[in-house]
Design a protein around this ligand. Sequence first.
Ligand code: ZN
Ligand code: ZN
Length: 380
Amino acid sequence: MVAKRDYYEILELEKDATEQEIKKSFRKLARKYHPDKNPDNPEAEKKFKEMQEAYAILSNPEERRKYDMFGHNRPDGSPFGPGGFQGVNISFDEIFGGGFDSIFSQFFGSSQKRNTAGSDLLYHHSVPFITAMNGSDEEIEIDVDKKCISCDGNGSSSIDGSRICPSCDGRGQIEKISMIGPFTQRSRQECPSCIGSGRIITNPCVDCNGNGRLNQRVKVKFSIQPGINSGTRLRLKGQGEAPKRNQGRNGDLFVEIDVEQHKWFERDGADLIMALPLSFTDLALGKKITIPHIDGKKLAISIPANSKPGETITISSRGLPVPMNNSVRGSVVIVLKLEMPNKFSNTMRKKLKLISKDLDSELSTIENRLEEESKRRRAN
Ligand SMILES: [Zn+2]
Ligand SMILES: [Zn+2]
């Protein structure tokens, strides 16, 4: 186990630092290591948590005195309880004099703002590859909490069927004070009695039990543009969950599109890439091949004589439409491959033997070929 660092060392302080100096140093380091300024940096996050803990202790005269006396091994155990330090609500407003408060609040996840809007939803939707060519109009069915029609989302079966919630005095929120070691942590929570509405339903709607929303199966329509990529998220504003009892707006529905694979094409943006396995003689003598294509017209591929495996043929403007600019299309890129038969008949072997001598005479010596090959490889 790594030894716990000294709190003074963490805050870059001398043992006799004044309260002012402690605050100043913490402020400086908090700016430096704040997670917002160091995204995806676990080291900074660790340091940030470490300095919060150090500050929590050293800024409290009583705790500081105990720390000076016993260090990390106090006889009465960790001041943060058996779980150790979990983060405390230090008043950043006081330290930073405002301004910084919002980002710190966000970091601590304290629910200062009322969060009563309906939830956003994410739905995965697969489409065939041809959709990336032509686009499409889609319709899906989802189960989602929507506004209850019977009570128009109020949760009450009569117009004045509610009264002010006594638990929160109509504020919709209650303040919760929890203790972390010697420290108090204040947080605001949605009032459970009135689920944040501030009002108690005295005459609840029978259809939704007073929730103001009901799980319903709904049809959702949307369009997919040509050129769509897998992983694209379409945002359907206001088509997510309804809020509880009309408090706030509807959530959004996100539809993540998964474009199914094509039988032989791979995608590189708007370009379509395919490997074309050919016989030795097709590569040597050249060949014209016609295959069906996803744009509805045949794709004619002309393989020149004396082609080599690995060479590519590019047919422009026959790939997928470019997103947002559908009149432009990518290319089809064909990579030539050599396909060998699984076996040769005796007749074929005899014929091959006949041409093998001629082939050998067209090639340079084996040493030269080895050298040329390695030069090509090293040049890449
Ligand atoms: Zn309440
Ligand atoms: Zn209702």
